[in-house]
Design a protein. Structure first.
Lengths: 284, 282
């Protein structure tokens, strides 16, 4: 078992133990960061929420939105958050729960606050601009995917015949990388990834582990390969893979267990080879 | 942000990789070599040939073990000082360290440590790499300024370091007195302990991350295996660094001086005799 897997197993055991001792019919305190809009000051508000078996953070947020009264009896606005699939595949509901980043839709209350009066804190991700309350704008994350051209260049206006053959082993490697849902957990936990509200600086600031890994995915694709040079150029420049400081938090918090640090090493190697090749051939 | 960052942006990849390379070659290789030399003040005691050039009377006075330790160390230092193009080697090192340190501070400032929230071992490694880099700047500066440039006003002794009396003058610079240790000496010795420990950690962890930077280690298992190698190297270097310090702390300066004088007599070099410390010191 790798050390990352061991850490995940340890965390899973802790959650399981909490689930086993969860008290039925209890109430849990939700401490939430509230912010009325971009640039507005933020404040904490607490709510007392009755939980049912199987409640998750979003179902509790819905309860609060329907009963927006704080623990001290003050009427407030319904909290705002983002979500989509409600089954941990879209990444929209990502937030910081009890100090760590994860998806809120799949976050079971039994695993985090098993006893009467236990507290769950909710904060928006700190690396993206807040739209309102727990809802952030992940546009920079998607911009990073554009920077590395995370797509297969193909003109589908006419039939091009059969595509290149793919080996099962190769397919297995790529499948793991393809599971990224652009949630932003890897960026939130990364000490080298800082919030940047100025859009004009996005192309020079650290691109993030998700995009490094997606560059690898599409470089490994038989047709996607055609843009390999351009992707490696982008990853060599300022804000590319060189800005990673190898803290390896990304791989530990990725909900899809994507081998991000392996992708970082792989792109380190690819940019090394690319640089040597272009030094001798003059080709980019 | 002006021309500087324009230059930086245009040559970003090259600068990044030169930063990584400079940490290993020449700085890292020098550090290994330097610790190897310095630790002879401890393991020199197994070098039975080291006392060959020391007069029997001196050996009787200082003891066989001191004669061997000081003899081996002085032999190494003399060898280094007789190397051709020594100035070139020195300047290369200074330029490399300045380059690595300036860029290192710049890179370190791009990150924001978050070990409070994500208290993973690897995350601590990352933060320590930055912290030890900062410590190394102050430490290396102090080390070079007091010993190489002779800025003794920062040192617990007035006597500048001399390569012809390497062990005795360094021991003085560390402790400030011929035997035992004073208050200033305790401070300097602690600083040396922290500085050298930080430098060794920084090199060992830097070797580990450099393998990812250059793409030598990709899979998690490869990174783990290379991690054992780096940890082993780091532990070995740490032992050398600490034993050097202990070796110099447990040295009688006047005894070392007697051995050094004999060495130079045998080597045919003329050394201006320095008076025993008790009288020369103030
Ligand atoms: C004792 C002398 C030093 C040695 C032997 C040394 C060695 C190294 C090595 C081998 C690396 C690995 C490069 C990589 O990960 O690719 C490194 C990285 C680094 N060094 Fe040093 N270094 C020294 C002094 C310094 C100083 C004075 C600083 C100033 C703060 C510094 C700051 C850094 C930083 C921030 C990194 C990480 C770079 C990154 O991962 O982006 N180092 N060092
Ligand atoms: S390994 Fe790199 S990308 Fe991942 S968290 Fe650390 S610094 Fe960020
Ligand atoms: S790599 Fe993992 S943590 Fe990062 S965006 Fe993709 S799924 Fe989320
Ligand atoms: S709502 Fe899609 S991941 Fe939670």
């Amino acid at each position: 078992m790798s050390s990352t897997e061991a850490l995940r197993e340890h965390e899973a055991q802790e959650r399981k133990a909490n689930r086993a001792r969860a008290k039925a019919g209890r109430s849990v305190i939700f401490k939430i960061i509230r912010c009325d809009g971009p640039g507005k000051p933020s404040r904490w508000e607490s709510f007392k929420v009755p939980v049912e078996p199987g409640s998750n953070v979003i179902s509790c947020l819905k309860w609060i939105a329907a009963n927006p009264v704080t623990i001290d009896g003050k009427q407030t606005t319904p909290p705002v958050w983002d979500s989509g699939c409600l089954e941990e595949v879209c990444g929209a509901c990502t937030m910081v729960i009890n100090g760590k980043v994860r998806q809120s839709c799949s976050c079971l209350i039994d695993e985090y606050a098993p006893l009467e009066g236990d507290t769950i804190t909710l904060e928006p991700m700190s690396k993206f601009p807040v739209v309102r309350d727990l809802w952030v704008d992940r546009a920079r994350l998607f911009n990073a995917l554009k920077r590395v051209k995370a797509w297969v260049p193909i003109d589908s206006t006419y039939a091009q015949g059969a595509g290149p053959k793919e080996s099962p082993e190769h397919q297995q490697t790529r499948y793991r990388l393809s599971e990224c849902m652009s949630c932003g957990c890897c960026l939130e936990a990364c000490p080298q990834y800082n919030i940047e509200e100025d859009e004009s600086k996005w192309d020079e600031s650290f691109i993030g582990a998700h995009a490094i890994s997606q560059a690898r995915l599409f470089n490994e694709h038989e047709t996607g390969k055609r843009l390999k040079g351009e992707r490696l150029e982008e990853l060599s420049d300022k804000g590319g893979v060189g800005d990673c400081g190898n803290a390896q938090n990304c791989v530990k918090v990725c909900p899809k267990h994507i081998p991000l640090t392996e992708s970082i090493g792989a792109m380190g190697r690819a940019t090394t080879i690319h640089a040597i090749a272009s030094f001798f051939t003059g080709k980019k | 942000m002006g021309n500087d960052s324009g230059f930086m942006n245009r040559h970003y990849f090259l600068l990044r990789r030169l930063h990584s390379l400079s940490g290993i070659l020449p700085i890292g290789v020098f550090l290994i070599n330097h610790l190897l030399t310095n630790s002879t003040i401890a393991w020199g005691l197994v070098n039975s040939r080291a006392s060959e050039n020391v007069a029997p009377g001196t050996i009787e006075q200082v003891g066989e073990m001191t004669a061997r330790r000081v003899g081996t160390f002085q032999h190494e230092v003399t060898f280094i000082n007789e190397m051709p193009f020594l100035v070139l080697i020195e300047v290369t090192l200074w330029v490399s360290i300045a380059f690595h340190a300036i860029l290192g501070v710049y890179f370190a400032r791009t990150g924001k440590s978050n070990t409070a929230r994500y208290a993973y071992q690897d995350n601590w490694r990352y933060s320590l790499q930055r912290l030890t880099g900062y410590i190394a700047i102050f430490y290396i500066f102090y080390h070079v300024a007091t010993l190489r440039w002779g800025w003794t006003f920062m040192s617990p002794t007035d006597e500048p370091w001399s390569h012809s009396q390497a062990a005795s003058t360094f021991s003085l610079a560390l402790r400030g007195q011929a035997q035992g240790i004073g208050f200033g000496g305790i401070l300097v010795s602690l600083f040396y302990f922290v500085g050298v420990t930080a430098s060794v950690y920084h090199l060992a962890n830097g070797l580990w991350t450099a393998a990812i930077t250059w793409g030598l280690t990709i899979s998690e298992s490869a990174q783990r295996r290379w991690g054992y190698v780096c940890a082993g190297l780091g532990a070995g270097l740490m032992l050398m660094a600490w034993s050097s310090l202990i070796g110099f702390l447990l040295l009688d300066v006047n005894h070392a001086r007697a051995v050094e004088a004999d060495m130079h007599a045998a080597h045919g070099t003329h050394v201006e005799t320095t008076l025993p410390v008790a009288e020369a010191d103030h």
